[in-house]
Design a protein around this ligand. Structure first.
Ligand code: TXA
Ligand code: MG
Length: 322
C-alpha cells in the first residue's frame, strides 16, 4: 500500500477518519512530525493525537493507564474518542509537543484502520494526525477539502466523514476523567462507560453560553483556542427571532443556516440546518465552507438547541463565531 510506504519513509499523507480528515505522519519520528507542524502552520507546542491500530499499541506510548480509561477504550474504540494518558518518557516527544502526556485514538474508518495496520507491518507504531487544515481554519470532511489546502499531498479518498466533527477528548491523566473537547459522544454515555462521572473542565451551564463567555475561559486543552474553525466571512450565532429583527434594515450581504424556515428578503440566502444533532455535525464543516463560498460578509447560524446531544456542534459553532 503506497500510503503506508509513504508513512514508513517519514512522509505525509491525507488520511480519512470517521471524524475529519487527518494530516498524518509517523508519530515516533521527530522529522516526520516536524513536517506536520510546518505544513499545517501549527505552533510546535500544540500536541498532536497519535492514532493506533488497536489497544495493544497503547502500552508503547502510555503508562499508568487507569481502569476507567481501559473501560472507555473497550466501549468506544475503534471510534471517535481520544484519551489523554501519562506519556512514557523518551517516546513521541515531538508529537506530544513537549508535554508529559500523550493523546491516543483508534479510529474506526476502514481506510484509516487499513493504513494503520499496513504501516504497522512496515514498522510504524503510531500515526500522528491533526485535522488536515491550515491552522485555525475549517476542518476538512472530504478529500477535496484536503486537496484544496494541500494540493501536493497524497490524499486517500474515504468519502465524506460520517461523524463530521473532531473526536471527543477525555483527559485520563488526572485521576478522574475530564472532558477536554466535546464531540459526538455525550457526557452521560462517557460517564456510563467509564463507570464514574466524567467531569467537565468548564461548568456545564457554560456549555451553552455565549461565545464571549467561552472566550474568557482558559483553554481546556493546549492548542484549543476559543477562535477556531473560522471561515472568511464573520459567523454569528443567534436566535431566529433575533435574525428576523436584525434582517430589517440589514445592509451587509448575509447567508443563513437555520432549522426554522422563514420569510426572507429575496437577496438573503438560507440553507436548511438539520434538526438532528448527529446529522448537523455530519454537515457542519462542509456547510460552513458552502456558506462562505456565497461571497457574503456574514454567516448567521441559528443557535443550536439545549441538551448534551448538541454539545459538540455548539462548541464548534461558538469557536467559529468567536
Ligand atoms: O477527530 C480527531 O481527533 C481528528 C482526527 C484526524 O483524528 N484529529 C484532530 O487533531 O482533531 P487536532 O490536532 O486538530 O486536535 C487535537 C487536539 C488539540 O486540541 C490538542 O490540544 C489536543 O488534541 N491534545 C493533544 N495532545 C494533548 C495532550 N497531551 N494534552 C491535552 N490535549 C491534547
Ligand atoms: Mg484541528
Amino acid at each position: 500500500m503506497q500510503a503506508a510506504q509513504v508513512l514508513s519513509q517519514s512522509g505525509l499523507i491525507g488520511l480519512p477518519t470517521e471524524t475529519v480528515y487527518g494530516l498524518a505522519a509517523d508519530a515516533l519520528k521527530a522529522e516526520a512530525v516536524g513536517l506536520i507542524f510546518k505544513t499545517k502552520g501549527r505552533p510546535a507546542n500544540h500536541p498532536l493525537i497519535v492514532h493506533v491500530a488497536d489497544m495493544s499499541q497503547v502500552a508503547l506510548f502510555a503508562h499508568d493507564v487507569p481502569a476507567f480509561a481501559t473501560r472507555l477504550m473497550n466501549a468506544f474504540w475503534p471510534g471517535p474518542l481520544t484519551l489523554i494518558l501519562p506519556k512514557k518518557s523518551g517516546v513521541a516527544d515531538a508529537a506530544a509537543g513537549g508535554h508529559t502526556t500523550i493523546a491516543l485514538r483508534c479510529p474506526s474508518h476502514p481506510t484509516a484502520l487499513a493504513v494503520l495496520q499496513a504501516a504497522q507491518s512496515l514498522g510504524v507504531q503510531g500515526v500522528a494526525a491533526p485535522s488536515a487544515n491550515v491552522f485555525g481554519s475549517v476542518s476538512p470532511t472530504t478529500a477535496a477539502h484536503v486537496r484544496e489546502a494541500f494540493p501536493d499531498l497524497l490524499v486517500l479518498d474515504g468519502g465524506a466523514c460520517d461523524v463530521g466533527i473532531e473526536s471527543t477528548i477525555v483527559d485520563c491523566s488526572r485521576g478522574a476523567p475530564v472532558l477536554l473537547r466535546p464531540g459526538m459522544l455525550s457526557l452521560s454515555q462517557l460517564s456510563e462507560a467509564a463507570g464514574l462521572a466524567v467531569l467537565t473542565s468548564t461548568p456545564p451551564e457554560n456549555m451553552s453560553s455565549s461565545a464571549d463567555a467561552l472566550k474568557e475561559q482558559a483553554p481546556a486543552a493546549p492548542g484549543m483556542l476559543a477562535s477556531h474553525y473560522a471561515p472568511r466571512a464573520r459567523v454569528r450565532l443567534m436566535s431566529v427571532a433575533d435574525m428576523v429583527s436584525r434582517l430589517k434594515g440589514c445592509v451587509v450581504p448575509v447567508a443563513l443556516w437555520t432549522r426554522s424556515d422563514m420569510k426572507l428578503p429575496t437577496a438573503v440566502l438560507r440553507f436548511a440546518m438539520p434538526h438532528d444533532a448527529a446529522q448537523c455535525a455530519h454537515e457542519l464543516f462542509a456547510q460552513l465552507r458552502t456558506l462562505d463560498a456565497q461571497g457574503v460578509q456574514e454567516i448567521w447560524v441559528e443557535t443550536p438547541p439545549e441538551g448534551e446531544a448538541w454539545d459538540g456542534v455548539r462548541d464548534r459553532l461558538q469557536r467559529a463565531a468567536a
